[in-house]
Design a protein around this ligand. Structure first.
Ligand code: NPG
Length: 368
């Protein structure tokens, strides 16, 4: 298979509600989409880099530059027998896993389509629907938090994740627990604390959380290990797990008991699969996070989450949790038991609504 041309686009899309985390507020999203032209097949993908370097060091503009100046020229027109061939050609570029992932995931979709398989079955998925939860941003007050939780529970979501930061943490968890003693609940700090906060973080043990996600700085496996040793609550790592090596080291030092895999963060599906497999061997469950993707990135995430060791509900909510209208058809809908169906059509398994994508495009370039 050859990648003959790559079309890059940045869209501007407005979330239904602003989403606040410990690293900032987002309402307008600028997803970077790729369309790989591969011998008559179009491989769509979404780069998860953010507008600014807040969640990670990668940004939309940075990924655009790395893709157009380095990655696409290194791979375009080359014969690629497998995704590993693509990874090898991209290896001289250090880092930039989000940019690399966009190419890898687009090519994987094209390979799946050429093999007349859904992306999920091409990846080795074993289920036709995946469990999802919903992630609720930091709110102005408890009343609006409860209102959103109520709304999501009534829609059928069965796991709620809240975002925490110093000043919006223990009291909030206590209030939620007194109203919903049994609800499946977790908290995500997006690196808002450091090890000096351990006494405070240990208090989280009182609230029966499914896990505490990324309490400390992204690269800091040793401090996470020190914290995990002091806490009963399982620590889950997200930002810290940049690749399979980080996952292996995190497991070796006991930095976490759960891993959040986002294929767009770790360099693509092949690297996700490596993390999935080594976590499975170590008895560590994984789940698939989300980064407010459009239906294109969502289709990719949902396909990955159909692999066997994805044992916890993902941040893979339905399209209408994010957008008035999604750019794919059919949109993702919440089904029985708080699940989302895994697309079964060949390739990515969703149709991209080109008229809508054209309307939302604010930047476009074709490299051919
Ligand atoms: O449902 O896609 C979703 C949002 C899930 O909380 C969520 N994502 O830290 O994992 C995160 C957070 C995020 C959002 C990260 C946007 C980066 C960008």
């Amino acid at each position: 298979m050859k990648i003959e041309a790559v079309e890059l686009r940045v869209l501007q899309m407005r979330l239904l509600r602003p989403f606040r985390t410990s690293f900032g507020v987002q309402q307008d999203r600028f997803p970077l989409l790729l369309r790989l032209q591969c011998e008559g097949i179009s491989g769509w993908s979404e780069c998860v880099a953010g507008e600014g370097p807040w969640y990670s060091s990668e940004t939309v503009d940075g990924a655009w530059g790395i893709l157009t100046q380095y990655l696409i020229p290194a791979v375009r027109g080359r014969e690629l027998a497998s995704v590993e061939d693509l990874e090898r050609l991209m290896r001289p570029v250090r880092g930039h896993r989000m940019a690399k992932a966009a190419l890898e995931m687009g090519l994987s979709g094209a390979f799946a389509e050429a093999a007349q398989k859904s992306l999920a079955s091409w990846l080795g998925g074993v289920r036709s629907s995946v469990e999802t939860g919903v992630s609720v941003g930091i709110q102005a007050n408890l009343e609006s938090l409860f209102q959103q939780i109520e709304e999501h529970l009534s829609q059928g979501y069965q796991r709620i994740k809240i975002k925490i930061e110093p000043g919006w943490d223990l009291d909030v968890l206590a209030a939620i627990r007194s109203r919903y003693p049994e609800m499946s609940l977790m908290a995500d700090a997006n690196s808002a604390y450091d090890l000096d906060d351990a006494p405070r973080l240990r208090e989280v043990d009182h609230y029966g959380l499914l896990m505490l996600e990324q309490p400390l700085t992204a690269g800091d496996l040793l401090d996470h290990a020190a914290l995990q040793a002091q806490m009963a609550t399982d620590i889950c790592l997200d930002e810290s797990i940049e690749d399979s090596r980080a996952a292996r080291q995190a497991i070796q030092v006991g930095a976490c008991r759960v891993i959040n895999i986002k294929p767009g963060r770790v360099g693509g599906f092949a690297e996700s699969r490596r993390i999935h497999d080594l976590a499975a061997d170590a008895g560590i469950p994984v789940w698939c996070g989300g980064m407010l993707e459009t239906g294109i990135g969502r289709a990719a995430n949902v396909a990955l989450a159909s692999l066997p060791n994805f044992k916890l509900p993902g941040d893979l909510s339905a399209s209408d949790r994010y957008w008035a209208e999604d750019i794919v058809d059919p949109p993702f809908e919440l089904a029985e038991g708080g699940t989302v169906a895994v697309p079964y059509r060949w390739g990515l398994g969703v149709r991209v609504k080109m008229d809508m994508v054209d309307r939302l495009t604010v930047r476009r370039e074709v490299i051919s």
